[in-house]
Design a protein around this ligand. Sequence first.
Ligand SMILES: *[C@@H]1O[C@H](CO)[C@@H](O)[C@H](O)[C@H]1NC(C)=O
Ligand SMILES: *[C@@H]1O[C@H](CO)[C@@H](O)[C@H](O)[C@H]1NC(C)=O
Ligand SMILES: *[C@@H]1O[C@H](CO)[C@@H](O)[C@H](O)[C@H]1NC(C)=O
Ligand SMILES: *[C@@H]1O[C@H](CO)[C@@H](O)[C@H](O)[C@H]1NC(C)=O
Ligand SMILES: *[C@@H]1O[C@H](CO)[C@@H](O)[C@H](O)[C@H]1NC(C)=O
Ligand SMILES: *[C@@H]1O[C@H](CO)[C@@H](O)[C@H](O)[C@H]1NC(C)=O
Ligand SMILES: *[C@@H]1O[C@H](CO)[C@@H](O)[C@H](O)[C@H]1NC(C)=O
Ligand SMILES: *[C@@H]1O[C@H](CO)[C@@H](O)[C@H](O)[C@H]1NC(C)=O
Ligand SMILES: *[C@@H]1O[C@H](CO)[C@@H](O)[C@H](O)[C@H]1NC(C)=O
Ligand SMILES: *[C@@H]1O[C@H](CO)[C@@H](O)[C@H](O)[C@H]1NC(C)=O
Ligand SMILES: *[C@@H]1O[C@H](CO)[C@@H](O)[C@H](O)[C@H]1NC(C)=O
Length: 275
Amino acid sequence: MGLRITLFVAALLLSGAASHKSQAYFNETADLPCRFTNSRNISLGELVIFWQDHQNLVLYESYLGNEKPDNVDAKYMGRTSFDQDNWTLRLHNVQIKDKGFYQCFIHHKGPRGLVHLFQMTSELSVFANFSEPEISPLSNITRQSGINLTCSSSQGYPQPIRISFWLKTKNSTVEHDGVMEILQDNDTELYNVSTSLSVPFPDDTSNVTIVCVIYMDSRETLFFSPPFNTEAINMESDETKEREKIHVPEQDDEEAPCVLHCSKIPSGDRNATHF
Ligand SMILES: *[C@@H]1O[C@H](CO)[C@@H](O)[C@H](O)[C@H]1NC(C)=O
Ligand SMILES: *[C@@H]1O[C@H](CO)[C@@H](O)[C@H](O)[C@H]1NC(C)=O
Ligand SMILES: *[C@@H]1O[C@H](CO)[C@@H](O)[C@H](O)[C@H]1NC(C)=O
Ligand SMILES: *[C@@H]1O[C@H](CO)[C@@H](O)[C@H](O)[C@H]1NC(C)=O
Ligand SMILES: *[C@@H]1O[C@H](CO)[C@@H](O)[C@H](O)[C@H]1NC(C)=O
Ligand SMILES: *[C@@H]1O[C@H](CO)[C@@H](O)[C@H](O)[C@H]1NC(C)=O
Ligand SMILES: *[C@@H]1O[C@H](CO)[C@@H](O)[C@H](O)[C@H]1NC(C)=O
Ligand SMILES: *[C@@H]1O[C@H](CO)[C@@H](O)[C@H](O)[C@H]1NC(C)=O
Ligand SMILES: *[C@@H]1O[C@H](CO)[C@@H](O)[C@H](O)[C@H]1NC(C)=O
Ligand SMILES: *[C@@H]1O[C@H](CO)[C@@H](O)[C@H](O)[C@H]1NC(C)=O
Ligand SMILES: *[C@@H]1O[C@H](CO)[C@@H](O)[C@H](O)[C@H]1NC(C)=O
């Protein structure tokens, strides 16, 4: 009884002391180490080594020096490789669902049966980098209508804590937080995010550079969109455009020339920088 309790406490201390945090990117390879110091130089042929997940499903087993697939769960079949030099199991093609706790166990098979030698817990975190955020205008940017655009990015993990727009003018940079919309893929558990911005055009300038920034809590990571440069089409051109639009239905047969004419107006006015 006394001996059993001692062994139990020793095992707890061992597993508590030897705990490790692993990180891996989605679809890449994770290392699940087993920091066993083989001080007695016991050969693999006398050891039983296996890894389990938090549901006690077996990822890999080496039984007296041979890989033994019998106990390996189907979800881990063909996804692992054991590195004998550093007692590390490599888990390939990592999915978001793979995050969590893993344990490795090492037993010695001696004349009197299996003896527990070592165990260790690892916690695996999985990340996926969001795609480069992309800004797209929702409507033409004018002094009247202001700035109205969205920013979207896909296939990241975990959820961002926020998405902001940086509006840079010659004199200042103003940050606007957007309301984040989040979609999660049911299979991969990766997130798509988007947010929109609707603000008046700044008074003190004729052009603005906008950058969309995704803030991740973990790793203090930011993802930046390429800069989006914009100038306000001035109000006069807006009114001209409205007039052209009204004329369109009356000139049914000449729609094509009008479209050409209409599209010239904003580009022509971009040269006018005097407001
Ligand atoms: C996973 O990686 C493979 C090659 O390493 C690639 O072909 C595949 O597109 C990737 N899948 C995802 C979802 O990124
Ligand atoms: C461990 O044992 C192997 C053979 O079983 C031997 O080749 C190796 O040199 C030994 N290593 C140490 C550090 O004793
Ligand atoms: C184990 O060794 C392999 C190469 O032999 C290396 O790629 C891997 O990073 C090592 N893992 C650890 C946890 O040291
Ligand atoms: C994710 O982004 C980080 C930081 O930019 C980079 O170091 C890492 O290589 C990227 N990983 C992948 C899988 O793209
Ligand atoms: C921004 O554009 C969208 C789509 O064109 C429109 O539904 C929305 O009303 C616009 N918002 C503002 C403030 O102009
Ligand atoms: C911007 O204006 C042009 C010309 O008036 C028009 O063809 C285009 O559809 C507008 N774009 C948006 C997003 O409203
Ligand atoms: C997320 O975005 C990707 C690429 O734009 C798209 O293929 C995928 O269907 C989107 N997933 C969801 C859940 O909307
Ligand atoms: C994902 O799951 C939700 C709820 O289970 C369901 O409403 C939605 O249609 C599913 N989406 C896809 C793309 O399967
Ligand atoms: C920029 O700031 C300076 C002083 O801070 C001011 O005099 C100038 O008018 C500003 N320029 C614009 C375009 O607002
Ligand atoms: C914005 O306009 C000013 C002049 O009004 C010019 O000097 C500057 O280069 C422009 N910036 C961008 C990003 O177009
Ligand atoms: C606008 O300016 C550019 C260069 O400054 C010039 O090449 C172009 O012809 C101008 N467009 C119009 C409509 O005046």
